[in-house]
Write a protein of this length. Sequence first.
Length: 137
Amino acid sequence: MKTKKIVTSREIGLIIKKLRKELGISQEELAETLNVSYQQVQRYENGLNRLNVENIQTIATALKIPVTDFFIFDKMAIVSEDKTLYRTMEEDKLLKYFRKIEDRSSKQTVIHVARLAAQKNWHMAGVLKNYTFSILI
């Protein structure tokens, strides 16, 4: 009988570190999201502290990945989750601030600015900055 490999805290820690860096998130930012110290994040990444089920879920949510990403060795054997369900930290920040806007007109302005910034052929970042600045005045 073939035995399955047990994933170690060290291996999960390396995945956490890799994904955190890919997302451009500092240890301090991740720590704040997890409500722990940056030293605790270091211990997770170095495999010095074991991760329990709750911690793994919290970290996966913070990194916007499915929990299964910590355990995938044979991608054919695991049904993957839809990664489009997970937002980046920037998307979370944008949504957080957008939800704080009470005025409907202001919300429409933010949507308009986002639409302009997202246009594929948008070359005039300076114009967008001036447009945004003039709206704020």
